[in-house]
Structure formats: C-alpha cells, structure tokens
Design a binder for this molecule. Structure first.
Ligand code: CP
Ligand code: NVA
Length: 346
C-alpha cells in the first residue's frame, strides 16, 4: 500500500541518530556484499560469496534530476542502482521541459507517475522543497544550496572504517565504533558543513568551525541545528587556528560552490588564511594524528597538495564511499529495506 505521507529526505536532520547509524552500517554491509561480485578475481574471494547484491530496485527507475554538474553523486547513483537491479535515469537540465516549458508541479507529477523515486540536485533549496511538495514518489536531495546529506553519510562511513586511526585498539579495515571526536571545519559555510552541523553532535562528536564573519549558516539551517540541540556542541569563530585546536578530523570544501563563480575574486580575498595546511594545524594545536576529509571536487585554494595527497588524507576512500552510502539510501527510500522495521520490511 502507498504510504500516506511520501518519505522525502532533504537533510540528515530529517533522520534520527539511530537511523543514521543504521544507514552507515547498512552501507558497509552492501559494500562487503557487493565487492566479491564486482571483483570476482580478487585473491581469497570465495565462490559462496559471489552472490548478487539484493535486487531491491528490480524493475524500478530512479530519476536523476540534476540541474548542476556532478561526478561522484551521479556515478554513485548510476552504479548503485544498477547493482540493486534497477535503473537511474539521468535527466540534465537541458534534457527535460522542467524550468523552461513546464512548472515544477507538473513535472513532479509526471516524473513520479513513471519513476519510483527522484534524486535531485538543485540550486536554491526551495526548488527541491517545491519538487518534494508535489512529487508522488520519494525525493532525495543530491545537493542543494543548504544541504548535502548523502555526502555526510559517506564521510561517516569513511571515519567508521578508519576508527583505528582514532583508537589504536580498533582493528583496521572493519566497521568500528568511533570514540568521541573533535571535528574541525575550516572554510565556507555551505551545504556540506550544514549537514555536518545537524549530524555530528547527535553522534557524540564535537564540531569546531571557522569561517569569515560574512559567511555563516543561513537562519533556516541554524534553526534545524538548534531544534536538534546540536548547537551546544558547536564552537564557531573566525580564526582557523582556533578551530583546529584538538581536532582529530579536519574538513574543508571549496570556497566557491557551484553557482558562485561570479563571486570568485571576492571569495578568494575573504578566505585568505583559511587554507588547510600542515603548518596551520600544527600552529593551531590539532591532534598530531589528525585526519583530513574533503567532499571533492577540490580546488587548490582551500587545501594544499601536501595535505590533500598526503597520508592523513582519506579523500579518495571518502569518494568511493559515496557509492555504498547512496546505495543504502536508495534501498531504504525506493527499495525494500526499511530504516525502522526488521530487515526486508517496507
Ligand atoms: N562530492 C560531490 O557531491 O561530488 P560531485 O559534485 O562530483 O557529485
Ligand atoms: N559546496 C560544494 C559542494 C560540491 C560537492 C558546492 O555546492 O559546489
């Protein structure tokens, strides 16, 4: 039977902490389950492990409504839908009538009449809210001006898989609990940071943020942070050195998000001194073993090559993990796996 209320996912603020944990664990499970299928010749692969991943999207189509560029999110969606036996149908903004010849309301109804889910990347957050309001099928946010929920799931999976970096008693290469961490974010208050703000404190981690004063989270975002009680575990200032004090993890993102290209000169000026470097973290007193994350795509302004390509950096495993986390969200929103009920329930 159709749910009365369509379960959309706009930000991780829409999920409870146990649901977020469950998604991360399920992502890891899907990764372990799928790898032997994808790489059957890896040494030690056992025949009995060569099972197809769950075909929970069999016969289903997920519309990828992307009005902005994407490498990772699109690849993750297309490759994971295929593994689940379904199809991700890419519809760029030049391909469809939406926004030119047709209203969001009419397009949402038509796309939802033929597809079983929508994964949408938009400009203004209000665009995806409008889409969700009129869509008869679940809408998942693939990035908006406010939020980037699937990115933070990949970051969490990457941290949990690297728990041995933070707690030497944990084994490497498996999913482990994390000790309470101090996570520093240095740079622009944009979509990636905003989903960190509503997530990390609820999982027991502290956040320290440095941004120039004119680049702070919009009121609508901060309201969600406060509603969830996350604000009490967030320190926010202007000084990047102060932000990285005691940091176990340092995170940044581009200073010029998609659509802000006209502000490039002004932004490069405003963010002077915010580049993540070994020196910044040393002078600021980060944990000497600090680990680095970045959602990618990366520009050289916000982090130098030494950090980005160095041994602290988990940016490429983080990018790979976009696939398994998006696969888990696809299963829960569009497939036959429930975040709340027993396995297989929907
Ligand atoms: N991190 C991320 O969302 O990358 P893409 O823009 O390439 O999808
Ligand atoms: N803040 C960046 C994230 C890209 C994944 C942007 O919106 O362009």
């Amino acid at each position: 039977s159709l749910p009365n209320k369509v379960p959309h996912l706009m930000t991780l603020a829409d999920l409870t902490a146990p649901q977020i944990r469950k998604l991360v664990a399920h992502s890891h499970h899907l990764k372990r389950r799928s790898e032997p299928w994808l790489l059957p010749n890896i040494p030690g692969a056992k025949k009995k492990n060569l099972r197809l991943p769950p075909q929970s999207l069999f016969g289903k189509t997920i519309a990828l409504l992307f009005s902005k560029r994407s490498t990772r999110t699109r690849l993750a969606a297309e490759t994971s839908a295929e593994l689940l036996g379904g199809k991700a149908l890419f519809l760029g903004k030049e391909d469809i009538q939406l926004g030119v010849n047709e209203s969001v309301r009419d397009s949402a109804r038509v796309i939802g009449g033929m597809c079983q889910g929508i994964f949408a990347r938009v400009g203004e957050h209000s665009e995806i809210e409008e889409l969700a309001e009129h869509s008869p099928v679940p809408v998942l946010n693939a990035l908006s001006s406010y939020w980037h929920p699937t990115q933070i799931l990949a970051d969490l999976l990457t941290l949990h898989e690297n728990a041995h970096r933070f707690d030497k008693t944990k084994p490497a290469g498996v999913l482990s609990e994390l000790p309470p961490l101090t996570v520093a974010y240095v740079g622009d208050s944009a979509n990636v940071l905003h989903d960190m703000l509503v997530t990390y404190p609820r999982l027991g981690h502290k956040l320290r943020v440095a941004s120039p004063p004119q680049y702070r989270a919009p009121e609508a975002v901060w309201k969600r942070v406060e509603e969830l009680g996350c604000d009490k575990d967030i320190w926010w200032g202007e000084d990047p050195k102060e932000a990285v004090k005691g940091a176990d993890v340092v995170v940044t993102d581009t200073w010029i998000s998609m659509g802000q290209e006209a502000e490039k000169a002004e932004r490069l000026q405003a963010f002077q001194g915010y580049q993540v470097t070994e020196q910044l973290c040393k002078e600021g007193g980060a944990n000497p073993d600090w680990t680095f994350l970045h959602c990618l795509p990366r520009k050289p302004d916000e982090v130098d090559d030494e950090v980005f390509y160095g041994p602290r950096s988990l940016v490429f495993p983080e990018a790979d993990n976009r696939k398994w986390t998006i696969m888990a969200v696809f299963e829960s929103l569009f497939g036959r796996w429930s975040l709340d009920g027993p396995p297989g329930a929907k």
